[in-house]
Design a protein around this ligand. Structure first.
Ligand code: ARG
Length: 586
């Protein structure tokens, strides 16, 4: 790594000058002046009781002769480091030859289970579930790229009240007579039937206590695998999962495991026993609970209306692991799932959940129970990566004009329509697959460029622009380079730096390479999005100033082509991590 080479030179020189300290460098705050800077002379000055600028000069004087970097001491007391053209050229050629493009793999790989997606069976996928597959898929690709062994589990919501509600509603509507009354012929349960039954039942449970109690009972029967409840449940699940798979694949989210909450059923009794044997449970209103509150911790009480003030004087409520009727809850399945994952996959180093920020307390409760009970060993990291809400332009959670929550299907249609419109105005004829690729990339980039935990505004016009910090702009840049390379063929010579636009490109590649590690450490894709955009933008400047195809000087032309290949590789690598596909044309 370049920064390590610089640090090596700095440390040697510092030692010669009498400072036995380890120095550090960062990318320069003033890229016009230099590429890297060292800010350590200020702290050395304190330690040695000297003038900081004298120290900077001391160190620069003692730098070993080299052809790669120019060091200079500048006031008040920085050491500025500039890469020579020789070095920039060498970096370009090296990165072009290296199949990882100069991004090192981690020395120690970790085993990670990632829990993202989380769609609920029998309910239509809605926007609240959109960020999870986007962020989850990219983080997964990032971790794998840096060397982790990752298992992605979609963890469907398939074991809760919505199952009892949907099935009960279908029954009351006379659709399940074949199974329950032995009458008629076997019905075909369709997605439309589910889409109608669940909302109807869900609304009714809020006003009809008896109905709610009955749905609870049905849910319990399903969970106890009683017939015909369980058989019908499995049919509903299958119909719904087929649809979910289709949507996730359109979004480019790929899972190794298509497990759901229901798959933890076999681990529930065992998990509860472990918790009970540790003496962690008590009975409260007939339910089995675990106290997880921590002294002095105040958690917010959710607001019940818009104008209510958020209050913060509440201990963490106990985790309920068994209902009054013996049924299991969301927390129970999550605890049992951790036990299952640990037993099946040999105690992974990390388990990460990419789930709405509003589920924070749920995960705090689940993680605490697992740590207290020893279901998760001390060394294992359990992490909830909570994401903010996708809002409409009015700043409120994204809804349709009539105020309904938008279904994922509708969003996908919107993306395809908008992208088709754009393509049409560019003279490209209608192609749904192409429009989907562009539309989805617009949405993904518009999401990933934000910090994960922040809310953001879903602004399709902005996301879909072919200019600026957007997915389509990056795709367009890659498509453009590909089409130039199709004309020129591969480079037959080496790359050498000859102008400022090229210097800028190599600097941006160095920054892009360092963005992967920053993203890894901070569990975000935002720095990678920005660095990729900056590289694309540096390329555009270069391309506007130099005519690659018609360059007369053959040596120079080959150098240009090599640079194009390098930029293309770097863009493709980054877009692959962002799970953004590069289309054939645009
Ligand atoms: N199905 C859940 C929901 O819709 C999300 C699941 C997240 N993962 C988990 N292990 N709890 O809220």
């Amino acid at each position: 790594m370049i920064s390590e080479e610089i640090i090596g030179l700095l440390n040697n020189s510092a030692q010669k000058a009498g400072y036995n300290d380890k120095l550090s460098v960062t990318f320069s705050n003033m890229p016009k002046l230099c590429d890297f800077q060292c800010n350590d002379c200020f702290s050395l000055a304190k330690k040695y009781g000297k003038n900081p600028f004298d120290i900077a000069e001391d160190i620069v004087k003692n730098i070993e002769n080299n052809e790669d970097f120019d060091f200079s001491a500048v006031r008040p007391a920085f050491i500025n480091i500039k890469l020579t053209d020789k070095k920039l050229s060498q970096i370009g050629n090296e990165f072009l030859k290296d199949e990882r493009g100069g991004v090192p793999k981690h020395e120690h790989s970790q085993k990670v289970i990632m829990d993202y997606g989380g769609a609920n069976v029998a309910k239509a996928l809605h926007v609240g579930h959109l960020r999870s597959p986007i962020i989850g898929e990219s983080l997964k690709r990032l971790y794998k790229f840096l060397g982790d062994e990752v298992i992605a589990d979609v963890h469907l919501g398939d074991w809760g009240l919505q199952m009892g509600l949907t099935e009960l509603q279908l029954y009351l509507d006379g659709k399940l007579d074949y199974y329950f009354e032995g009458k008629g012929k076997e019905p075909v349960i369709t997605l439309d039937m589910l889409n109608e039954a669940y909302p109807k039942a869900s609304a009714r449970k809020n006003i009809d206590e008896q109905f709610k109690a009955q749905a609870d009972e049905w849910t319990l029967k399903i969970q106890n695998k009683e017939e015909p409840y369980y058989t019908v449940y499995k049919i509903i699940r299958e119909v719904s999962v087929k649809e979910i798979k289709k949507h996730y694949s359109e979004l480019g989210a790929e899972f190794d495991l298509w497990y759901g909450e229901s798959d933890a059923q076999d681990y529930i009794d065992k998990a509860i026993k472990i918790i009970e044997d540790k003496g962690l449970t008590r009975v409260s209103d007939g339910a089995l609970v675990v106290d997880v509150a921590v002294e002095g911790e105040n958690i917010p009480i959710p607001k019940t209306s818009e104008d209510e003030v958020q209050r913060y004087k509440n201990p963490m409520p106990p985790a309920i692991i068994k209902k009054y009727n013996g049924g299991v809850l969301y927390a129970t399945t999550d605890i049992a799932t951790i036990l299952m994952r640990n037993e099946m996959f040999g105690y992974p180093d990390r388990i990460e959940y990419i789930v709405d920020l509003r589920q924070k307390n749920h995960f705090v409760q689940v993680f605490r129970v697992c740590k207290m009970a020893g279901i998760s060993p001390k060394s294992q990291q359990l992490l909830h990566i909570g994401y903010g809400t996708m809002n409409g332009k009015d700043g409120k959670p994204f809804k349709t004009r009539s105020g309904d929550t938008i279904k994922l299907e509708d969003i996908i249609d919107m993306l395809v329509d908008k992208a088709s419109e754009k393509l049409k105005s560019n003279g490209v004829e209608f192609d749904r697959d192409l429009a989907l690729k562009i539309g989805v990339s617009a949405m993904k980039f518009g999401d990933l460029i934000n910090n994960v935990d922040k809310d953001y505004v879903f602004d399709l016009d902005k996301f879909m622009s072919f200019e600026g910090k957007t997915g389509p702009y990056l795709q367009y840049t890659a498509v453009r380079i590909n089409s130039i390379l199709a004309k020129t063929g591969e480079a037959k010579g080496e790359f050498y730096v000859d102008n400022d636009e090229e210097r800028e490109i190599i600097r941006n590649i160095l920054k892009l390479n360092s963005a992967y590690e920053i993203c890894y450490n901070n569990k975000t894709l935002s720095p990678l999005c920005l660095a990729t955009y900056n590289l694309a933008s540096a390329f555009s400047t270069f391309y506007n100033n130099h005519n690659v195809v018609n360059e007369k000087d053959e040596k120079k032309k080959q150098s240009f082509i090599a640079l194009l290949m390098l930029v293309k590789n770097k863009l493709a690598q980054a877009l692959n991590v962002l799970a953004i596909e590069i289309p054939q044309k645009m």
